[in-house]
Design a protein around this ligand. Structure first.
Ligand code: CP
Length: 352
């Protein structure tokens, strides 16, 4: 029986959980998946606020509570709701009608846990986005943190500009399932070409997942597409404490050789952040060399292939990999359900 208690905590960043807590979540999720632990969420409600589209995150967040007796209410912000304000002291005579200072406590009093997905670039990574070009500003995840400050129940980040903690936990669970103890095993997080400039939240949390398992991590990316160096440093510190490590490389051949896990993700350049036309021009030569294909996977040590989904076939990864023996993407997606259930147990209690 897990003793992990997150009842007075939020999960806003992947770094909000210690390495030991990540392991506890994964163990609990495995117990739930295999029927050794049955959560009891009767009478409990999850409120889920989505500013962006979702399949896996929304369904897993809803199903994880409903399958065990609770219920979920999901809103699409701005469509099902008022437009929300999070800045203090603002004169609200524009497009926003409700402030998080009221919104967060009101939602809290009608629910037991709140999930929020809000990423400025998740669907609009192009020159038409009209978003700030300052990654440091977006990195503050202002709405999420303001909401959490005024909430009276635990808040879960369902993907922000900086982190996607629930994806990281599902990846960690999938690697434990595939490898047993992944400590010291070779993990490659490979950048992939994509027509849009996607956010860095998911690769950040995926990087941390491998680091928290003590893996030998290579971030494989072209020059100019480094992840946030604060995140890389945190991951390195956590991996090294477990005997693993984190290096960055643009050597595709060497990175794949002997790998046990290849995780692909497209992300936008922080160097070009907001200058999407310039970025598109710079990356036009990268399209061919960075796709995950069967030839690259053949150099690995029978690696499992991970991708958070959705994925563009034959752009990010070839059919032969997704449909071949390497692919663990369906297990990875399913594990979103079990890790969400584990987080709810830790936040809401309940279970037998
Ligand atoms: N991986 C993931 O978060 O999927 P969705 O965007 O469909 O929720």
């Amino acid at each position: 029986m897990s003793t992990l208690d997150l009842s007075d905590r939020n999960l806003l960043s992947t770094l909000d959980l210690s390495v030991d807590e990540v392991r506890e979540v994964v163990e609990l999720a495995l117990e739930i998946k295999h029927g050794a632990h049955r959560p009891d969420f009767r009478g409990r409600v999850a409120a889920l606020l989505f500013f962006n589209p979702s399949v896996r995150t929304r369904l897993s967040s809803e199903a994880a509570i409903s399958r065990f007796g609770g219920s979920a209410v999901a809103f699409h912000a701005g469509k099902d709701t008022w437009n929300f304000e999070c800045r203090d002291g603002v004169v609200m005579d524009g497009a926003t009608q409700e402030h998080v200072r009221e919104l967060a406590p009101v939602i809290s009093r009608m629910s037991d846990v709140v999930g929020i997905r809000k990423s400025e670039l998740i669907t609009v990574g192009n020159a038409d986005a009209g978003v700030t070009s300052d990654y440091r500003e977006l990195k503050r995840d202002e709405f999420l943190h303001a909401f959490a400050e005024h909430a009276e129940v635990p808040v879960i980040n369902l993907e922000s500009n900086t982190w996607h903690p629930m994806q990281g936990l599902a990846d960690a669970m999938t690697m434990v399932e595939a490898l047993g103890d992944p400590r010291g095993r070779k993990y490659v997080l490979t950048w992939a070409w994509h027509p849009k400039s996607l956010p860095v939240a998911t690769p950040h949390s995926q990087l941390l997942a491998a680091a928290d398992l003590g893996m030998d991590v290579t971030i494989l990316r072209p020059d100019g597409w480094s992840l946030d160096q604060e995140v890389v440093a945190a991951a390195r510190s956590r991996a090294e404490a477990l005997g693993g490590g984190v290096r960055e490389s643009d050597d595709v051949e060497a990175a794949y050789r002997g790998a046990h896990v290849v995780c692909a993700k497209a992300w936008g350049s922080l160097d070009y952040y907001g200058r999407f036309a310039e970025e598109a021009h710079a990356k036009r030569v990268l399209r061919e060399g960075w796709i995950v294909d069967a030839a690259k996977m053949a150099r690995t040590d029978g690696a499992r292939f991970l991708h958070c989904l959705p994925v563009r076939r034959n752009v990010v990864v070839a059919d032969a990999v997704l449909d071949g023996p390497w692919s663990a993407v369906k297990d990875e997606a399913e594990n979103r359900l079990w890790t969400a259930a584990a987080i709810y147990v830790a936040m809401l209690g309940g279970g037998r």
